[in-house]
Design a protein around this ligand. Structure first.
Ligand code: SAH
Length: 250
């Protein structure tokens, strides 16, 4: 699952404050994201970015710096632009939760980019038009714009929550019993023959009274059916029963 997060890039366009780049790196690392791409940052590398990253300096030193948006999203199969306000021509719009589901679904096939704009002006219409869809964090319409690092934090958290949900689902879908075994499991009819043989032997040694069998056979059946003996184990048990019967007769 961690693998999926590593295919998601966070792209910051033309960021003015290096402190915000540090804040983004911290938010990303907290949530398990690692790929940061910076399009023409105004000041980077920067001690202010390092300080605000609170130790996520590895993400900063690995950050890719490029000149324009096409270079930042090259190779991506899904590009999601983010915007604090609605634009003239509406594009397919998602909230952060829907975005996380879509991004992680597609990350198994190709790289995915989430593109964030400038602190003062956001993304230009031209940049937004390079995206497949847009994400809007449903904020107060009267005060809609989040700090850049806070906006990245919201989507990074949703990506993490959905990653955890996918891991939990995968766990739930694991069969309770593994069927990988060095020897083939005994089939149902082989076990039925074992039970018949066992019942007969238990009668022979006077352990089972056919007139009053009680719950002996159901309990023994449950024991062996739960253990799921393989073919070799079943043969060993049958061998013990045959030897017991042979000894009785001699
Ligand atoms: N004044 C700018 C907002 C810039 S905030 C504008 O009106 O567009 C900096 C960046 O943070 C935005 O470009 C966007 O990437 C992100 N952001 C801030 N608030 C957001 C919101 N409510 N939904 C989605 N992205 C948001």
């Amino acid at each position: 699952m961690q693998d999926l997060l590593s295919r998601i890039r966070i792209v910051l366009v033309n960021t003015s404050h290096p402190g915000n780049i540090g804040g983004v790196a911290r938010a990303m690392k907290n949530m398990g994201l690692s790929r940061l791409v910076l399009v023409a940052p105004q000041e980077f590398p920067s001690a202010k970015a390092d300080a605000r990253s609170s130790g996520a300096t590895d993400l900063l030193s690995q950050a890719q710096v490029v000149h324009d948006l096409p270079a930042a999203v090259a190779g991506c199969g899904l590009v999601i632009g983010t915007s604090a306000r609605s634009r003239h021509i509406p594009w397919p719009l998602m909230n952060p939760r829907q975005t996380a589901v879509q991004a992680l679904h597609e990350a198994s096939q190709h790289d995915v980019a989430l593109v964030f704009g400038r602190e003062d002006r956001g993304l230009t219409n031209e940049e937004l038009q390079q995206c497949n869809c847009h994400m809007h964090i449903p904020t107060n319409a009267e005060f809609s714009s989040l700090n850049l690092a806070a906006a990245v934090q919201v989507i990074a958290y949703e990506l993490r929550m959905h990653t955890l949900a996918l891991a939990e689902k995968a766990e739930l879908e694991q069969p309770q019993w593994g069927t990988e075994w060095d020897i083939e499991l005994a089939t149902n009819d082989e076990l039925e023959r074992l039970f018949e043989h066992m019942q007969q032997t238990l009668v022979d040694i006077d352990f089972l009274d056919p007139a009053n069998p009680r719950q002996l056979m159901p309990r023994l059946r449950r024991l062996y059916l739960r253990a799921r003996p393989d073919k070799v184990e079943t043969n060993i048990l049958r061998g013990i029963l045959s030897a017991t019967q042979k000894t009785l007769k001699s």
